[in-house]
Design a protein around this ligand. Structure first.
Ligand SMILES: Cc1cc2nc3c(=O)[nH]c(=O)nc-3n(C[C@H](O)[C@H](O)[C@H](O)COP(=O)(O)O)c2cc1C
Length: 461
């Protein structure tokens, strides 16, 4: 029975659309599959794009719609192969007479046939065409081959009025029965690609411009500490998370300062971001202190998100000239200053946190910290108080798909009020969007509150 929620929870379902008049029903099929909890991606034959716009499918699915078998995704992967390898099922609805023939003979000239040929996932096919076409021996043979030789699940068309104005068997089966066939096809199978990394790219959903006129400072990348003029010690951060945050804040209307240490991904592509390049923890500290106070002596930003991987140690006496090779040596390391604790302490003093605020004094900035842990997050909550944070984003970087060098992250977000939320494995952009979903209303609440500087539970609601 259809209509129950969640029968496709966590699954990726590919909807293949071919050039039938019934293609106008495909967006509704996408909706029904999403209603069952599925992540959906669309594949269209060139003829199908004449009946339904790829843009419609992209806006509904938040994934690029695959239309051209000879094109690549922006990240260089082959789109229909990514779909073939990550989808839990492919449902071709509507399937034309022409597509059935192409599929029966293995002609991979469009993304729908190509994905079906390349997949190990179950395939569900819902034909739709004129009654005579469906009854033609060629179509009967092709449908038979798909059912028997390929073990595809066929959802038979129904009898009723057709696009030609005549009546016959050829109408696309009703959509709930197609959804039921998809559900049945994946039953008892594990989810093939649970994380977003192996799936088609995600197109961020438009967010409200809820950070307009806000100044958000983001730190990104790994700092590097000189050993001598040539060598340094650093960490494996690529800056992806910080850059995603900066881009997400820009997309929501914020003015962004990105303090970038070693970053190996392209910087935000929107004008409006001021990028400050730094190398060492000391230069990041200087850049932060510079940004902290505006010209009028008041806090120079509304929120600081410390996504950079700041080195905890640095060589205590970096050599002024190159240290010659050939002999073993011991490197003497000293702890670096705790930037997060220092900056949040200054920010609290700058803002009207304790003293009676003078009229017009800007409320204190909100501080978001990141904690990369390995193995367990038990140390993370204590950092909220010890470092004076409003939010702490913690992740276990030893977990697959989480942390350095990946496009994805699985994080737990702790708030100063004591709450903790585990988020599923998400792309870093999704994590960024969700962090800002938390931050934007906190800033609004801060400004609505009497100027005590404290953002309390009551004022946030
Ligand atoms: C208005 C219109 C409606 C059509 N509807 C169907 C249909 O329901 N089923 C079908 O098999 N072909 C239908 N066709 C013909 C297909 O569009 C045509 O065979 C095309 O080559 C199919 O390409 P594809 O299978 O690669 O998508 C229709 C054509 C037009 C102009």
């Amino acid at each position: 029975m259809s209509g129950q929620k969640g029968r496709l929870e966590g699954r990726l379902i590919a909807v293949g659309i071919t050039g039938s008049i019934a293609a106008y029903k495909a967006p509704e099929l996408v909706r029904l599959l999403q209603g069952e909890g599925a992540d959906v991606v669309a594949l269209l034959s060139p003829s199908a794009t004449r009946f339904v716009a790829p843009l419609t499918l992209e806006a509904l699915t938040r994934h690029p719609a695959e239309v051209d078998v000879l094109s690549l995704l922006p990240d260089g992967r082959i789109g229909h192969i990514v779909v073939a390898h990550s989808a839990d099922a492919i449902v071709v609805a509507p399937a034309t007479a022409h597509w059935l023939a192409a599929m029966a003979t293995g002609l991979a000239g469009d993304v729908v046939t190509a994905a079906c040929l390349a997949t190990a996932a179950p395939v569900v096919v819902a034909p739709a065409m004129d009654g005579e076409m469906y009854a033609h021996p060629a179509t009967v043979t092709n449908v038979g081959r798909l059912r028997v030789d390929f073990r595809y699940r066929i959802v038979e068309p129904e009898e009723g009025p057709l696009a030609s104005g005549e009546s016959g068997v050829g109408r696309l089966a009703n959509l709930p029965s197609i959804v039921d066939a998809v559900v049945a096809s994946v039953r008892d199978r594990p989810v093939r690609a649970p994380g977003p990394e192996a799936r088609p790219p995600y197109i961020p959903a438009p967010r409200e411009a809820d950070l307009t006129d806000r100044h958000v400072v983001v730190t990104a990348g790994g700092t590097s500490e000189p050993i001598d003029p040539i060598r340094s010690i650093t960490n494996r951060s690529t800056g992806r998370m910080g850059v995603a945050l900066a881009q997400a804040a820009l997309d929501r209307g914020a003015r962004v300062t990105l303090i970038a240490a070693s970053v190996s991904v392209p910087l935000p592509d929107r004008e409006g971001a001021q990028v400050v390049r730094v190398e060492s923890t000391a230069s990041m500290r200087a850049a932060l202190l510079d940004t902290l106070t505006g010209e009028d002596g008041r806090p120079g930003f509304d929120a600081l998100i410390m996504a950079a991987a700041v080195s905890d140690f640095r060589p205590s006496r970096p050599a002024e000239t190159k240290i010659p090779g050939g002999t073993s040596m011991t490197l003497d390391l000293e702890p670096t200053p705790d930037l997060l604790a220092e900056v949040s302490g200054i920010a609290r003093r700058l803002g009207p946190d304790r003293a009676q605020p003078a009229a017009g004094v800007k409320a204190r900035p909100l501080i978001v910290g990141f904690a990369a842990e390995t193995g367990s997050l038990y140390r993370a909550p204590a950092k909220i108080t010890s470092k004076g944070l409003d939010l702490l984003v913690a992740n276990d970087v030893s977990e697959a798909g989480s942390g350095f060098g990946t496009d994805t992250n699985r994080v737990t977000i702790f708030s100063a009020e004591g709450g903790a939320e585990d988020w599923p494995l998400l792309t870093k952009r999704e994590v960024a969007d969700r962090i800002l979903d938390r931050l934007a209303p906190m800033l609004d609440a801060r400004d609505a509150a009497p100027h005590t500087g404290a953002v309390t539970q009551e004022t946030r609601q």
